[in-house]
Design a protein around this ligand. Structure first.
Ligand code: HPA
Ligand code: ZN
Length: 350
């Protein structure tokens, strides 16, 4: 669809108002410093930071690993079902405020089970918040269980087996944590098992890792979406394949700048990905750590990149619905609401 008649001045409000799905966010990455300190106090957990301000000052990342070290320290305050509920409800309320109508949420069970927290506590607490947010705020959501790729495949297989009593409470599996040196092939068996169970499959690839990791995620893990994937542009043949097969990329602009994947937002390749016909989407990754929630990501990218206008905004929101694992009946409703929003804004812009 072409909405080039909508002026740039209308973009920030339109980006905020348009209905959208968020497909790449780690729920542990939504823990704001205030909640980290409140939960630390409630649970008697000692943090290696003196104050919320001191913690925020540590958010000066140089690469993925420098972030992950702080992210796992933050997650150490999560012990009880209520903690997981509070974290997820806070995110869902914030997302609903950004006109996110559907969220597919990553969680990292191994970050918690390794500290002695039962997987049941994690899944039941998160699911309770998701049900409450649907009933009270109208936002739909689903869980995707991620394996930590710096740990072994045996540990991932054991995690999947532990999660099976809660099989109906998550829709898929993903792969996150330190990418370099941990190629997708390492998790071939656990992804085969997940596919056998009828789970959706996605993986982080091509954030810091090379295009070959994206290819291995597709060929060996047989993933349905690539999380990040921005390094695909280093292989024109891979870009053509992603476009031809309509493999969605869940792009996270503020994350990429904070973790120095791109030098600045003005250098981000989101416009090139869209120009190549890829099913790119915009997401927040770890909103409490990277400077904003999904609308902040949209506004920052569109501000810095003059190639992005109203037509690209429509395309990105449309892609988020197309790429989601929701039912077709829901997708049809969200697409219609998106088109109605854009038609209305185009009409008043004339
Ligand atoms: N990349 C890999 N693992 C992660 C990320 C990320 O951006 N956020 C949380 N875990
Ligand atoms: Zn991520």
């Amino acid at each position: 669809m072409n909405f080039d008649a909508i002026p740039r001045s209308a973009l920030p409000a339109l980006l905020r108002r348009m209905p959208k799905a968020e497909l790449h966010m780690h729920i542990e990455g939504s823990l704001e410093p205030e909640l980290i300190f409140a939960l630390a106090q409630r649970n008697g957990v000692k943090l290696p930071y003196a104050s919320e301000e001191a913690l925020r000052r540590a958010y000066a990342f140089t690469d993925l690993q420098s972030f992950l070290d702080i992210y796992y320290a933050g997650a150490s305050v999560l012990l009880k079902e209520q903690d997981f509920f509070d974290m997820a409800f806070a995110y869902l309320a914030r997302a609903a405020d950004d006109n996110v109508v559907h969220a597919e949420i990553f969680f990292d069970p191994q970050t918690h089970t390794e500290r002695g927290v039962p997987i049941e506590t994690v899944i039941v607490g998160l699911s309770h918040a998701m049900r409450r947010a649907h009933a009270e705020l109208g936002i739909s959501s689903a869980l995707i269980l991620c394996f930590l790729r710096h740990l072994s495949e045996e540990a991932a297989l054991a995690t999947l087996e532990q999660a099976l009593p809660y099989r109906h409470q998550f829709i898929g599996v993903g792969l996150d944590s330190s990418e370099r040196g941990h190629p997708p092939e390492k998790f071939a068996r656990v992804f085969a098992r997940a596919r056998e169970l009828g789970l959706h499959v996605v993986a982080h690839a091509g954030e810091e890792g090379p295009p070959a990791y994206i290819e291995a995620a597709l060929d060996v893990l047989k993933v349905q979406r690539i999380d990040h994937g921005v390094r695909c542009v280093e292989s024109p043949a891979l870009v053509q394949r992603l476009a031809r097969e309509r493999v969605p990329l869940t792009v996270c602009p503020l994350s990429n700048v904070k973790l120095c994947v791109f030098e600045s937002m003005a250098r981000h390749n989101l416009p090139a990905l869209l120009d190549a016909g890829l099913v790119a989407t915009v997401n927040s990754d770890d909103p409490a750590y990277f400077g904003g929630y999904v609308n902040d990501n949209f506004v920052a990218a569109f501000e810095a990149l003059p190639q992005l206008g109203a037509s690209q905004a429509w395309q990105l929101a449309r892609n988020s619905f197309d790429a989601s694992f929701a039912d077709e009946s829901h997708k049809a409703r969200w697409r219609a609401a998106l088109d109605a929003t854009f038609s209305e804004v185009a009409r008043v812009s004339r």
